[in-house]
Design a binder for this molecule. Structure first.
Ligand SMILES: NC(=O)c1ccc[n+]([C@@H]2O[C@H](COP(=O)([O-])OP(=O)(O)OC[C@H]3O[C@@H](n4cnc5c(N)ncnc54)[C@H](O)[C@@H]3O)[C@@H](O)[C@H]2O)c1
Length: 315
């Protein structure tokens, strides 16, 4: 009786985990995607790798230097531990998710991927180079998605040899917490690519919203002018960052003030997006606030560098 009870207890304990694994394998088998490549292991790349690994996918995480990959793995481990504390996952899921991550610097590793997402900095030339490198290594027919915040998906797609298998998959920061993925079809994106991407979002338990291809899509076309205006208000001495954020949090019910959010996104990322909006629409209302540019020039990039509109300890 006793051994049976012990075995039963063991099985009962592992059943939800096994069921979860089986469930994900079944879902993944539906579209043949089991291995996902993520290019860039920064703020967004590590979050994207985290959610795919947690959902049962094998993840090839690629960056240019080992130290960026080490930093990303540390962040993912910390964020998974936070999810354990919140009761969202158990210790075995954390261990399994970490085991599914394969950090690489060699682009050739992408040949094993069934789906790939690019999350390198928001600079057109860099993105084009990275996307072309990935395109040359990925198997024909594999979907290549970009997490760009603002650059035209049609333009990026056109520089690859797989425009019909190219799509925008705009995750929000922090990826493990935020439910939204803006899914953007380029002019040549096929229905099959769109359907695969939408169903992948569902498997990650994300809310996918399909929008059309235009600079900044919806999220950043609406958000960035607000952040920029908040920076102008500080630059012109209308109010201190704390006061600007307090007005928006208390008066408009925003969970974060625009400057707090800008620090969180990265002030360099904000300037890059504003530059894309400015160029894309040819409208001066999108010109980046000089104070934002000055902070970026000083290396005050926000939370990730320890200083932006606010100072952060422990960064
Ligand atoms: N930060 C945000 O809140 C946010 C939100 C949504 C989307 N995005 C978008 O996601 C993308 C990435 O932004 P981020 O904030 O993660 O940037 P980041 O600077 O934090 O990370 C970028 C990473 O890409 C790596 N990289 C550079 N060149 C590379 C290459 N050739 N191959 C592989 N990796 C390379 C860098 O070493 C770095 O680790 C951008 O397009 C950005 O607009 C950012």
């Amino acid at each position: 009786m006793r051994p049976f009870q012990t075995n039963f207890a063991f099985l009962a304990g592992t059943l939800p985990f096994m069921r979860m694994l089986g469930y994900h394998r079944k879902l993944m088998a539906e579209n043949g995607i089991t291995t996902v490549a993520v290019l860039g292991a920064g703020t967004m790349g590590n979050g994207i790798a985290h959610v795919f690994a947690r959902a049962g996918y094998d993840v090839i995480l690629r960056d240019i230097e080992r130290r960026f990959l080490d930093r990303a793995l540390e962040t993912i481990s910390k964020n998974l531990a936070r999810e354990i504390k919140k009761g969202k996952i158990g210790e075995p899921e954390k261990t399994a998710a970490l085991a599914r991550l394969r950090p690489v610097t060699d682009i050739q590793a992408l040949s094993a991927a069934d789906f790939a997402i690019e999350a390198v900095p928001e600079q057109l030339e860099l993105k084009l180079r990275v996307l072309q490198e990935a395109d040359a290594v990925l198997r024909p027919g594999v979907v290549l998605a970009s997490n760009t915040s603002s650059i035209s998906i049609t333009q990026l797609a056109a520089q690859t040899g797989r425009a019909e298998n190219f799509i925008g998959m705009h995750f929000m920061n922090p990826v493990p917490v935020m439910a939204l993925v803006e899914v953007i079809r380029g002019l040549a994106t096929s229905d099959a690519t769109f359907t695969t991407t939408m169903s992948l979002c569902e498997k990650l338990q994300k809310k996918a919203v399909a929008v059309n291809d235009a600079p900044g899509f919806v999220s950043n076309r609406v958000l960035l002018p607000m952040i920029n205006e908040a920076a102008f208000a500080v630059m012109e001495g209308v109010a201190a960052p704390e006061a600007v954020d307090a007005v928006m949090k208390t008066g408009m019910n925003h969970p974060m003030g625009p400057l707090e959010l800008a620090d969180f996104i990265g002030l360099d990322v904000c300037v890059d997006i504003l530059d894309v909006l400015y160029k894309g629409f040819g409208d001066s209302k999108y010109r980046a606030c000089p104070l934002l540019r000055k902070y970026v020039a000083a290396g005050w990039l926000g939370k990730k560098s320890g200083r932006g509109f606010y100072k952060y300890s422990g960064c």
